[in-house]
Design a protein around this ligand. Sequence first.
Ligand code: AMP
Length: 576
Amino acid sequence: MKNAEVITKITTTSGLIDYDKTYKEFSWEAIKKEFSLTNNRVNIAFEAIDKHANNWRKNKIALYWEGADGSLQKYTFSELKRLSDKCANMLKTLGVKKNDRVFIFLPRIPELYISIIAIAKLGAIAGPMFSAFGPDAVRDRLQNSEAKVLITTPELKERVDTILWELPKLERIVLVNNKEDYELEESDVCYKTLIKDASDKFNMECSDLEDPLYILYTSGTTGKPKGITHVHNDMLSHYITTKWVLDLRDDDIYWCTADPGWVTGTVYGLWGPWLNGISIYVFDGRFDAAKWYEIIQTYGITVWYTAPTALRMLMKAGDDVIKKYDLSSLRYICSVGEPLNPEVIRWGLKVYDLPIHDNWWQTETGSILIANYPCLPIKPGSMGKPFPGIKAAIIDNKGNELPVGQQGLLAIKPGWPSMMRKVWGDEKRFKEYFNIDGWYTTGDTAFKDEDGYFWFIGRADDVINTSGHRVGPFEVESALLEHKAVAEAGVIGKPDAERGEIIKAFVVLREGFTPNHELEEELKKFIKHRLAAHAYPREIEFCHNLPKTRSGKIMRRLLKAREMGLPTGDLSTLED
Ligand code: AMP
């Protein structure tokens, strides 16, 4: 088998103790009983916030927040209840109703978290957007979802100003503004002023379990990003995976480094831990090894959920910086989003004296589906075993399950609570996920070993994973084509030791433009500003033409093979 190394440093747990027995006996119905459902009606915001605000956890800190400038704030569960009630009343006054889309374009500030809770209380649908997005990314999301309200800051609104005319359905912009002298435009309203006057008693909309809760956009090989839509019922998965995979307990201080603009930041950055009544820590700052260790020391972080790129960057920062901090509070570390190299796990064991638990899932799956658990040995390089209630398999392209050790498509039997319910406004793309014999197909390739552990191989399509962020080549190609110098562009993911993959663009210039370093830098800047800071091509190669099929499609597969010096495979569809 690929890797015989096993780490048997099993952590004590109060959650999942016997994997095999639990897997065999598990039922989602039993998990459902842990919630206060009446006729299948409930609201995730009640279960995650108000319930705790009404019980012994009311004065427990729900959120420790630290700004990039070092400012600190903390909120108890009852404060979050009161503030989200106020925010819900404010949004109601602005005309927000059940099922309306309210998009949020904010840094990781407390108002981001409060708005997400408030939107759920209204029965409306939240659309968190990563604050590094540029105007094109924001426009695609607001346009497709027909968002009614946008919550943002004056600084981020500047990025939206140029595209507002393309958003006829957007009725209101709520500005979270920290400057006293800021002059509002007539169509905008001020969050802080309205919140001050709003009532702190809100009659929460009781939601059906199948009512939509949030939309997060994610990339595929072709077309614009897809609006992956999730429902309140997701909370069954959020709750139990947080408990058993992240192993959270009541006295934990938990830090998830992901932004709610990505699915990990929404599901395990707030809902999962709060459904379990856990105190979370949020840092609205950039990566910095010393700062990160200082956070762990200062807040006594016990459980830490992060990503392979961040861990590789910490490894690169060296072991000396670790020695300056007391990290003894840490008891459990998890990682997600991209392959976790075995050497990072070995390094983690050495410097933190803890194994790092890799787990696998996607925006579409809505919760962790394959994981390493505290009660099971880790095989470094493996994503672990399916969560109880999840049937995962390796299949061929007809839907037949493949035997142990054979590589194929990673597929899941549909029916778990947090599976996406639709691709917003695109039934066809939704159905495409299920067109191999009823399996949910993940787009990933993998194999299973004789002990039931799953090993990630790669993507079955052209989707790029850079620093754990999923980027569609089509989006980058389209954005490049908007530049006056670009005639054609082909974009691929190129393996990179630190970021997993980097984006590489092959560009054919229009007549009259000369390839040079300045133009290369200009194109990088152009994409950073228009699309997103994480989605720009770190490498650009100018060329005279791009390999295309006879129907005119750019053959990214061939670009990639050539780039990596690999066999080019079947070229029968290549244009002359
Ligand atoms: P996203 O929907 O943006 O979270 O991206 C999901 C994709 O990230 C998956 O389909 C995988 O390709 C990749 N991914 C997530 N977790 C892992 C993991 N533990 N190991 C390898 N790849 C992963």
